[in-house]
Ligand binder design. Structure first.
Ligand SMILES: [Zn+2]
Length: 336
């Protein structure tokens, strides 16, 4: 057997052709079938286990992966009691760590999810969440992009490396079914699978947005969130509004004042310094280039409301008209 080639020999044009052909020939049909299953996340389908939709998409994806016969790949559907299942796959490194080496074998972890958001309203009359439709190079339906494609993309990429005989490190895949509910089932699986995950040196998380369809995009920052319940109590029980207002302070007014401590309601700027961070210089530079590439697309992608009434037009205006500031606002700066 020939030794695997180093990655420097990667023929990207060949990989693009191979994956593109596989996508058109096979994967679009797989995704269409996936779209047909209302595999809603447990938060939107508490009876997910009885309904069996999560099980159906997990089965479909697992069977497809196994049918690809990727050399060195093993797959298991892992199930912890009372939790949504995960698909765990493992592809051995093409080169073993030399015996006696104390360098741990680095592992690449690929992540995705197969559970979906609920239907929502607003579908075009000839489209729907559970009926896949392919039109002008786009596949419509719930869940194909978020995030059904992830496992198919991962395996297609690994198969492309294999078919060029390229060396790669150990790769594992973790495909969960609880992401749209906040991934409350994921950590117990990470704990349970820890020994099998190995020394994870790179995580490829196939579950983010893209600026356009013309180039490859990487997500370099994601904002977290802090949530809470604000309760303003001014009386111990409800009384008639005509009787109390003007004497008892309005709970809404107090709530507004409290929120104003957090956010400048005129500009949307969050006031506590703790929520802000310094944007690293290289990220600022990248944001400038990205703003030039995307320009108006940063604004056009949103369904802005506007109303024509009594001879005047009411329009929603963006927080800022500057693409760079818009980009920084939605990535590095805090918002309420
Ligand atoms: Zn997602």
């Amino acid at each position: 057997m020939n030794a695997p080639l180093p990655l420097a020999c990667f023929d990207d044009a060949r990989a693009l052709e191979q994956i593109g052909a596989q996508w058109d020939r096979d994967i679009v049909a797989q995704l269409a079938q996936y779209i047909g299953v209302p595999a809603k996340s447990p938060m939107f389908d508490p009876q997910w286990a009885e309904h069996g939709h999560i099980e159906a998409v997990v089965r479909q994806a697992a069977d497809w992966v196994l049918a690809q016969k990727v050399p060195g790949l093993t797959l298991e559907v892992v199930r912890l009691p009372g939790r949504t299942p995960v698909i765990f796959f493992e592809v051995a490194a093409t080169r073993a760590v030399p015996a006696g080496s104390n360098v741990a074998q680095p592992t690449v972890l690929m992540y995705g999810h197969l559970d979906k958001q609920p239907e929502f309203a607003g579908w075009r009359s000839d489209l729907g969440p559970w009926t896949a439709k392919y039109e002008d190079g786009k596949l419509y339906g719930r869940g194909g992009a978020d995030d059904g494609y992830a496992i198919y993309a991962s395996i297609a990429a690994i198969a492309a490396l294999k078919s060029q005989g390229l060396a790669h490190p150990r790769i594992v895949g973790l495909i969960e079914t609880c992401e749209e509910s906040g991934s409350f089932d994921l950590l117990p699986y990470v704990d349970a699978l820890k020994p099998r995950l190995g020394q994870v040196a790179l995580v490829i998380c196939l579950d983010s947005g893209a600026g356009n369809y013309d180039q490859l995009w990487l997500t370099t920052s994601l904002r977290g969130n802090v949530t809470g319940t604000l309760k303003v109590e001014v009386l111990t029980e409800g009384v008639h509004s005509g009787d109390a207002s003007g004497v008892v302070p309005s709970s809404f007014r107090i709530m507004r004042q409290l929120l104003d401590r957090l956010e400048d309601s005129a500009t949307g700027r969050l006031l506590p310094a703790q929520f802000h961070c310094e944007v690293p210089p290289e990220r600022l530079q990248q944001a400038q280039v990205t703003a030039q590439i995307l320009g108006d697309e940063l604004f056009k992608r949103f369904p802005w409301a506007h109303h024509d009434c009594a001879g005047s037009t009411l329009v929603t205006l963006p927080v800022t008209g500057d693409p760079l500031q818009a980009l920084l606002n939605r990535t590095w700066r805090p918002t309420a």
